[in-house]
Design a protein around this ligand. Structure first.
Ligand code: THU
Length: 160
């Protein structure tokens, strides 16, 4: 028997104002995307902004549905939009922000498990880790250097 230790690390900034210029720019794009979310059922709006290596910024937001499971998270809307429009372009960074109708989201929002799995697919495909910037509506921003650090023991194409 042996114990396996999984270590992960992230950097935490006090607010969007403490970010480097490009990161603050991308987070502001995610805020723009968040404002256009279609979230009439949860009233929880999420915005995502991807920066690609050609400089393109691809936005996404959550799209809900009266048949709840038919809706989609902001991160997957954004990554699939990027992957379908720019299939050979690497993702450098992904910024995420969320707000709720009835309260201020003051802690960073991490992508759900299904989004982590979907994002990981493209990180593996491009063979280059991409940076994740996580924020609520206000307050701290958490930055991770890769998707792998958010999803240990994951399933990937090496099993197939
Ligand atoms: N949501 C996202 O868009 N991204 C996440 O990572 C977590 C949850 C959306 C899905 C749903 O429209 C709403 O937030 C509440 O769960």
């Amino acid at each position: 028997m042996r114990k396996i230790e999984i270590k992960t690390s992230a950097t935490c900034y006090d607010s969007i104002d403490a970010l480097e210029k490009e990161d603050a720019f991308l987070m502001n794009k995610a805020i723009e995307a968040r404002a256009k979310a279609y979230a009439p059922y949860s009233n929880f709006s999420v915005g995502a902004a991807l920066l690609l290596e050609n400089g393109a910024v691809v936005l996404g937001n959550n799209q809900e549905n009266a048949a709840y499971p038919s809706g989609m998270c902001a991160e997957r809307v954004a990554i699939w939009k990027a992957a379908s429009e720019y299939p050979t372009m690497k993702v450098l960074k992904l910024a995420i922000t969320a707000s709720a109708a009835n309260a201020t989201v003051a802690k960073p929002v991490g992508p759900c498990g299904a989004c982590r799995q979907s994002l990981l697919e493209y990180e593996i495909k491009q063979a280059t880790p991409f940076k994740m910037l996580l924020m609520g509506e206000v307050g701290e921003v958490i930055i991770t250097d890769s998707l792998v650090s958010l999803l240990p023991f994951s399933f990937d194409n090496t099993y197939l």
